[in-house]
Ligand binder design. Sequence first.
Ligand code: MLT
Length: 200
Amino acid sequence: MKHIFKKGNEELPVLLLLHGTGGTEEDLLPLAELIAPEHSILSVRGNVSENGMPRYFKRLSEGVFDEEDLIERTHELNTFIDDSAKQYDFDRNNVIAIGYSNGANIAASLLFHYQNALRAAILHHPMVPLRNHSLPDLSKKSIFIGAGENDPICPADETKELEQLLNNAGAEVTVHWEKSGHQLTQSEALKAAEWFKRYS
Ligand code: MLT
């Protein structure tokens, strides 16, 4: 997969950066710089193109996911992280995702499918990636969710549903609400940075 790897302090977790629809591997570099400037970064571009816009998996329409493709792409991304850990010589068990929108959705899907794909995650405006799916044991995983009270793409009830599903799997979930829509605001980014400092 097309990506950027930037080496940081090798003692610290590697940040896996996952952009929103139409983004690239460059998009979340400033966010990572704000949240955790000393960490190594693996920033990956989605392999799917929707009319030229990179994404991590196909969708049938706005908010309706192609579940077969989502599952396949989740495994593909997990294998890519495995391979990158060997290539760049980092600890595969020490990876923290930071994702926005479509990137947060594939990060949530990694959590839904694998107990050890991620050590923790910062999810900006995620949705429930799959329903009627049994989650692995996610105890000891810390997850920050940034949500908008008026997010038309990810309604508040869906955020609460995701929080509940992750909580039920044992994860420690912190939800931060902004009085905004789907955009990732500066104040949400600062809250994520505060959370990360407390968590790490
Ligand atoms: C998705 O398709 O993953 C969500 O609708 C968010 C987005 O618009 O990318």
